[in-house]
Design a protein around this ligand. Structure first.
Ligand SMILES: NC(=O)c1ccc[n+]([C@@H]2O[C@H](COP(=O)([O-])OP(=O)(O)OC[C@H]3O[C@@H](n4cnc5c(N)ncnc54)[C@H](OP(=O)(O)O)[C@@H]3O)[C@@H](O)[C@H]2O)c1
Length: 418
C-alpha cells in the first residue's frame, strides 16, 4: 500500500501553478510511457507480438503520454505502437502521441540530418507507421551540427502549419539552445513547447545548464527521459549490471554501468531505499515522485517517461503519482544526490555524426554543435568501441562483441525491414 504524506500540500503550496499542456482541455497523465527499451537498446527486448500486447495494455490503462522515435528499432517501435492503438480501441484524441526524427541508423552508423527535406520525410514516415494523421509532439531527436538551427525549426513549423504536428519539441539540448530556438520560433510565429532531456536523481545537468530555467521562463513542458536511471533506481544490484549481455547499451558503452563505476552507483541507491521503506513504496516509485515534485518546485510541467518490458513494472511506475514527498524528504534526496555524486559521465562523446558535409561558415548561420549524444551503439562495431575506450573508461582492447545490423523481415509488419 502506498502511503500519501500528510505534508503533500507543503510541497504544492511552495510554488505557483505550472503552465500545463493539456489534451483537449483534459490534463495529461503526470507520468508517461517510453517505448524504447521494449524494442531496442537494452538486451531484454520483447518479440513483436509481445511488444504490441504490452503497448496495448499501456494504452488501455489510460496512460496518455506515449513517447517513441523513428530510431527505436528503426521504425519498429512506431509500427508496433500503431498496431497497439488499433488493438486497444482507444480514440486518437485521447492519446498524446510524441515521436522524434532527425536521428537514424545507416550502414551501422548513427547519423543526424536536420534539413527540411529529411525532417519532412521522417515525419511523413512516422505518421504512416503510427497509422495516424497527426503527431502531438514532434521532436528533433538530436540537432544536426551541419544544418542551420533556423532551417530545422522552419521544417517543424511547416509541418505544424500543414496540421501534421501539434507541438514542437527538441531533445538533448541545453538552455542556450533553447533560448535561441525560442527566438527563432517566435520570429516564425510559432512556439517551442516541449524539451526532452535525461533527468533523474543521477542526471541533474538540466538543473545547472539553463534547461529547466528556460522551460520555466517560457512555459515549456519538460519530459524527463531515463527517469529511473536506466534501471539503477529500481534497486537492481551489481550482479544484474555485471551479467548484462554485451548487446545491452549499458554494458557496451555507458560509463556509469561499467566495472569501476557501477559499484559506487549501486551503493548510492541505499538512501533512496531507506526513504522508500518509510513511504512503503518502491525505489522506482520514489525516484519518479522526486521528479514530479521537482516540476512543482521549479514551476515546470514535468512528465517522466519510464520505459519497461513488463506490465507489472508499468503499473508500479504509474502508481508513483500517489507517492508524495515532504519538504524534508525532498531536501534529503537533493542533498544525498547532488550533481556528479554518481561515478562516470552520462555519455561518451563522438557516437553520432552528421549525414551532411560541413557547410562553409557564414556570418549569420546558427549551426549548433551536437550536445551529449544519446544513441544506441549496439551495432557500431568493435573498432568504434575501441576508439572510444579512453573516453568511456573501457580497456583499449575490448572483447565486447557487437554484431552488425541484421536485416530480417519484421514478423509484425511484413513491409518493414530491420
Ligand atoms: N530523447 C532521448 O534521446 C531519449 C534517450 C533515452 C530514452 N528516451 C526515452 O525515455 C524512455 C525511458 O528511458 P529508459 O528506458 O532509457 O530508462 P528508464 O525508464 O530510466 O529505465 C528503464 C529500465 O528500468 C527498468 N524498470 C522500469 N520500471 C521498473 C520497475 N518498476 N521495476 C524494476 N525495473 C524497472 C526496465 O527494465 P524492465 O523492462 O525489466 O522493467 C529498464 O531496464 C525511453 O523509452 C524513451 O522513450 C529518450
Amino acid at each position: 500500500m502506498l502511503r500519501q504524506s500528510e505534508h503533500k500540500t507543503d510541497a504544492v503550496e511552495a510554488s505557483t501553478p505550472v503552465k500545463a499542456t493539456t489534451l483537449s482541455g483534459r490534463p495529461l497523465k503526470p507520468i508517461g510511457f517510453g517505448t524504447m527499451g521494449a524494442v531496442d537498446v537494452y538486451a531484454l527486448t520483447l518479440p513483436g507480438e509481445q511488444t504490441v500486447q504490452l503497448f496495448t495494455e499501456v494504452l488501455r490503462s489510460g496512460c496518455n503520454v506515449i513517447d517513441t522515435a523513428l530510431i527505436y528499432g528503426d521504425g519498429r517501435a512506431e509500427a508496433w505502437l500503431g498496431r497497439a492503438i488499433k488493438a486497444a480501441g482507444v480514440k486518437r484524441e485521447d492519446l498524446f502521441l510524441c515521436t522524434k526524427g532527425g536521428l537514424f541508423r545507416k550502414n551501422g552508423q548513427f547519423l543526424t540530418n536536420g534539413t527540411e527535406d529529411a525532417l519532412s520525410q521522417h515525419c511523413k514516415d512516422s505518421l504512416e507507421r503510427l497509422c495516424t494523421n497527426y503527431i502531438d509532439v514532434y521532436y528533433i531527436h538530436r540537432l544536426d551540427e551541419h544544418t542551420d538551427l533556423a532551417e530545422s525549426l522552419k521544417a517543424l513549423v511547416n509541418l505544424q502549419r500543414k496540421g501534421l504536428v501539434r507541438f514542437i519539441g527538441l531533445s538533448e539540448v541545453t538552455g542556450e539552445i533553447i533560448q535561441k530556438a525560442v527566438a527563432i520560433l517566435t520570429r516564425l510565429g510559432s512556439k517551442l513547447n516541449f524539451i526532452q532531456n535525461e533527468y533523474s536523481l543521477m542526471s541533474r545537468d538540466v538543473e545547472v545548464d539553463g534547461t529547466l530555467q528556460a522551460c520555466a521562463q517560457h512555459g515549456i513542458s519538460f519530459v524527463a527521459y531515463s527517469p529511473i536511471g536506466r534501471g539503477l533506481f529500481s534497486s537492481k544490484d551489481k550482479a544484474f549490471f555485471d551479467t548484462l549481455p554485451s548487446s545491452d547499451i549499458r554494458k557496451a558503452v555507458l560509463p556509469r554501468y561499467q566495472t569501476g563505476q557501477i559499484e559506487n552507483n549501486v551503493d548510492r541507491v541505499k538512501t533512496l531505499r531507506s526513504l522508500a521503506e518509510k513511504h512503503e513504496c518502491t525505489t522506482t516509485q520514489l525516484a519518479l515522485a522526486w521528479l514530479l515534485e521537482r516540476g512543482q518546485q521549479l514551476n515546470v510541467q514535468m512528465i517522466p517517461i519510464p520505459g519497461t518490458t513488463s506490465v507489472k513494472h508499468f503499473n508500479e511506475n504509474m502508481h508513483a503519482q500517489g507517492v508524495f514527498l515532504t519538504l524534508q524528504d525532498r531536501d534529503l534526496l537533493s542533498q544525498a544526490y547532488p550533481l556528479n555524486v554518481f561515478s562516470g559521465i552520462r555519455w561518451p562523446s563522438g557516437l553520432i555524426s552528421s549525414e551532411l558535409p560541413a557547410p562553409a561558415p557564414t556570418a549569420q548561420s546558427e549551426q549548433v554543435s551536437s550536445t551529449s549524444p544519446v544513441v544506441s551503439t549496439l551495432y557500431m562495431g568493435n573498432e568504434l568501441l575501441a576508439s572510444l575506450a579512453p573516453t568511456v573508461g573501457m580497456p583499449a582492447t575490448t572483447d565486447v562483441a557487437i554484431p552488425p545490423p541484421t536485416v530480417t523481415l519484421d514478423p509484425v509488419n511484413p513491409g518493414m525491414h530491420h
